[in-house]
Design a protein around this ligand. Structure first.
Ligand code: NAD
Ligand code: UFG
Length: 342
């Protein structure tokens, strides 16, 4: 299949590009590099032994997206492009809705015009809000608490309507839990700009000496050790989940939603300890006050993906820590050529 990855230069998109290419698909990336760097293309080439076409463009440029769909004879789209910082979305809701919701509508317009009607969408477990029960299954009520989360919910609703409007549309929404880790080469991984928001890249930067210590946001949650519990999933497993979703869409046409996680929760202190064991380093930390908007525990029920997609996350917390660390210590390479459409 010829598959377009919007936001393909980003963290999850780049790992999915590897998984799809290695499975024999032709992959095309489209990214505006708002939160990624063209140097990822060079690293993908090192991993795959061939260059992947990448178009520097914004998904809101419908004409360019149409052109890409036509020129590369795209059969299916995996839609990663979006803004994803929960805290920032509360301060900049207009930017988040414009980029995420308007961007998706622009993409759908281009897909409809080019008759490309197979889509896998990157949604998030954040759409469940503060869990009413655990583990969270796909029927758990939704109730996002940030503009970011609501943008994901709006998009899911739009996609459901689109799928209902025309039987040719084949759409799956994947609700990711907490993706962490990196490709085994260490060449690609999570490269947040500035101070990391998320736990694993923060720990990795403490381990490398770039940051002095980790701030643990609260140890008075109703969890076994008082720190927040999350469902961490190795990004390479997550990437494989997209492959499984695309195969599913070859056989099934119904709009559907799947949780992608390990189905198991780890506390912040457990992650710190796992990282110390896996990488033989000491992570200094301070307990600080709770981060606004955080919840105590969030982990998924993931048997629907196993049953219907034939996919299951297998990589351990140890592998998540080691690969995050390996990526942290790799040096950055230089910018490479990016094809620009005028
Ligand atoms: P990322 O920021 O690394 O990747 C997103 C990519 O999209 C970036 O390369 C960015 O430059 C690009 N982009 C953003 N807006 C664009 C636009 N208008 N046009 C073209 N490109 C654009 O993020 P990620 O962690 O790889 O996340 C991918 C998707 O998964 C996002 O939609 C995110 O909301 C979702 N998600 C991520 C997580 C997580 O913890 N990483 C969890 C749940 C869901
Ligand atoms: N944490 C710390 N210190 C840090 C960073 C995080 O103690 O420096 C704690 C948090 O309080 C939380 C846990 O580590 O208990 C995980 O926090 P992350 O920021 O890594 O992840 P979140 O669960 O808050 O959010 C992530 C993504 C969201 C996504 C959500 C659900 O950032 O975009 O997972 O999938 F929506």
């Amino acid at each position: 299949m010829n598959i377009l990855l919007t936001g393909g230069a980003g963290y999850i998109g780049s790992h999915t590009a590897v998984a799809l290419s290695e499975a024999g698909h032709e992959v095309v990336l489209l990214d505006n590099f708002y939160n990624s760097n063209p140097s990822v293309l060079d690293r993908l080439q090192k991993i795959l032994g061939k260059a992947l076409p990448c178009i520097e463009a914004d998904i809101r440029d419908t004409d360019v997206v149409e052109k890409v769909l036509r020129e590369y004879k795209i059969d299916a789209v995996i839609h990663f492009a979006g803004l994803k910082a929960v805290g920032e979305s509360v301060e900049k809701p207009i930017e988040y809705y414009a980029n995420n919701v308007q961007g998706t509508i622009s993409l759908l317009e281009a897909m409809k015009a080019m008759n490309v009607k197979t889509l896998v969408f990157s949604s998030s477990a954040t759409v469940y809000g503060d869990p009413q029960y655990l583990p969270i299954d796909e029927n758990h009520p939704t109730g996002a608490t940030s503009a970011y989360g609501r943008s994901k919910l709006h998009i899911e609703e739009i996609l459901r309507d689109v799928a209902n409007s025309d039987a040719e549309w084949k759409i799956i929404c994947l609700r990711y839990f907490n993706p962490v880790g990196a490709h085994e080469s260490g060449l690609i991984g999570e490269d947040p700009n500035g101070l990391p928001n998320n736990l694993m890249p923060y720990i990795a930067q403490v381990a490398s000496g770039k940051l002095p210590h980790l701030n643990i946001y609260g140890n008075d949650y109703p969890t076994p050790d008082g720190t927040g519990v999350r469902d961490y999933i190795h990004v390479v497993d997550l990437a494989e989940g997209h492959l499984a979703a695309l195969s599913h869409l070859e056989r099934n046409t119904e709009f559907d939603i799947f949780n992608l996680g390990m189905g198991k929760g780890y506390s912040v202190l457990e992650v710190v300890s796992a990282f110390e064991d896996a990488c033989q380093v000491t992570i200094k930390y301070n307990i600080t006050k709770r981060r606004i908007g955080d919840i105590a525990s969030c982990y998924g029920r993931v048997d629907k993906a196993e049953r219907l997609l034939g996919w299951k996350a297998l990589k351990t917390i140890n592998e998540m820590c080691i690969t995050a660390w390996q990526h942290q210590v790799r040096t950055k390479s230089e910018l490479v050529n990016v094809k620009k459409f005028i």
